[in-house]
Design a protein around this ligand. Structure first.
Ligand SMILES: Cc1cc2nc3c(=O)[nH]c(=O)nc-3n(C[C@H](O)[C@H](O)[C@H](O)COP(=O)(O)OP(=O)(O)OC[C@H]3O[C@@H](n4cnc5c(N)ncnc54)[C@H](O)[C@@H]3O)c2cc1C
Length: 392
């Protein structure tokens, strides 16, 4: 398989922008109308998600070893869309037809074979993982909303009770869908697993956001939502770890880090945990009572709230990492970071410059953070940003 050629051909196709997903979905739905119901009624937000992901994954097939875990998670996770083994060839066919269309006379038999082989490998890993999961867990869990509190104009804290136990580890995220909006998004439980199985979510409404707006403004106690299998290990604590922790959170990025605090408490380990919790203004700290309760119950825990403008960088808000580094030397700590994309990238870059090594800095990876307000609201910039490419 000629991987450089795969990558080069993908970048040629991707240059056609929005036309690519448009062609892909038209081809898929025309040939296989039954696949239409797996996608949201309104396809606007979906536009390039699947095709972009597919293109990137398949053209990185030379790193399959590194991708296997991710693809397995993806295969298991896609059961929530009612994706079955027979749908994979349909998507593969539409992908190849799309490539052929945009590459025109640069589409050769060899390239077609390479793309088919690469897609086949990816589909095989995903299908096998999905099949293995059949006997272990349902494709999704029904859950009742048993608590719904608006804690800020755009933030709600929800408590959900799944019908059956949904196992997860503190720091992971779970898929959430409201039946009124046929779309799934990830949210991070803000608690360690509880005996009664309930899950707390901290949701910030993205302006125009389909799922978050529904969960914050259009959802009430008694509603049913659907939950899907947990994903991600970037923010989980190692099983036998004992290092002291520094937790840096922005906005609702506090949720998975609060779960870690609860896990440390449940394990009764002797770790020290220091949290820096960032927001653009003090009124955005939406979980004050819970923070106070945690701090007063656990002598090994401190929480410092960081809000307001950074006097050293006009027009920008102060980041939790800058305040933490001004307060002390944390280089013996494991650091967990969660917040908006710009908060995470600033934090990781600052920690690296300050002598922290990659193995002690934990985050979900860039391009995956939609949690909170942007810290960069300098004149003219979008007030809030996320990785969808749309302002929020
Ligand atoms: C691992 C993970 C964990 C997460 N945990 C949390 C959490 O604990 N709490 C939390 O609040 N969030 C969390 N998120 C973010 C969450 O999953 C959603 O992405 C977020 O709530 C927005 O979803 P939405 O459906 O409301 O918005 P979407 O409908 O997906 O839209 C997102 C933004 O893009 C804009 N947009 C949509 N479509 C278009 C388009 N066609 N063109 C231009 N702009 C467009 C919208 O206006 C909106 O501002 C997490 C994300 C990940 C990946």
């Amino acid at each position: 398989m000629d991987v450089p050629r795969l990558k080069q051909s993908w970048s040629l196709v991707a240059a056609h922008g929005d036309q690519v997903p448009l062609y892909f979905y038209s081809t898929l739905f025309l040939a296989y109308p039954e696949t239409r119901q797996m996608f949201p009624t309104n396809m606007a937000g979906q536009r390039d998600r699947l095709v972009t992901a597919l293109g990137h994954i398949v053209s990185q097939v030379d790193q399959l070893d590194r991708l296997v875990g991710f693809l397995q998670d993806l295969g298991v996770d896609h059961r929530k869309f009612a994706v079955r083994a027979e749908h994979y060839p349909a998507v593969g066919e539409a992908l190849l037809a799309t490539l052929r269309h945009f590459l025109a006379d640069q589409w050769t038999d060899e390239l077609a074979q390479d793309w088919a082989a690469a897609y086949g490998l990816v589909a095989k890993v995903m299908t096998e993982a999905a099949q293995a999961a059949e006997s272990v867990s349902p494709p999704w869990w029904a859950a009742e909303v048993v608590g719904h509190e608006r804690r800020a104009f755009d933030v709600a804290v929800l408590t959900l009770r799944p019908q059956y136990l949904l196992p997860f580890t503190a720091g992971q995220s779970i898929g959430v869908s409201h039946p009124a909006v046929r779309a799934w998004r990830y949210y991070s439980p803000a608690n360690a697993p509880r005996a009664d199985g309930t899950v707390e979510l901290h949701v910030r409404a993205a302006p125009g956001g389909a799922v978050s707006s529904r969960l914050v403004y259009g959802c009430a106690v008694g509603d049913q939502v659907h939950l899907a299998a947990p994903v991600g290990d970037g923010l989980t604590l190692g099983p036998a770890g004992s290092a002291d922790l520094l937790l840096l959170a922005g906005g609702t990025g506090w949720a998975p880090l609060k779960a870690l605090v609860e896990q440390v408490a449940a394990e009764g380990s002797r770790r020290r945990v220091d949290v820096y919790l960032g927001a653009r203004s003090r009124s955005e700290f939406y979980d004050g009572d819970a923070v106070e309760k945690l701090v007063s119950s656990h002598p090994w825990l401190t929480v410092t709230q960081v809000a307001g403008l950074d006097l050293n960088r006009p027009g920008e808000f102060v980041f939790p990492v800058d305040r933490a580094l001004a307060d002390g030397d944390w280089r013996s700590r494991h650091v967990y970071v969660c917040g908006s994309d710009d908060m995470v990238s600033h934090t990781v870059a600052t920690l690296t410059r300050s002598g922290f090594h990659a193995g002690q800095v934990h985050h979900e990876g860039l391009g995956r953070h939609w949690y909170g307000a942007s810290w960069r609201t300098a004149a003219g910039g979008p007030a809030i940003s996320d990785d969808s490419g749309g302002a929020r």
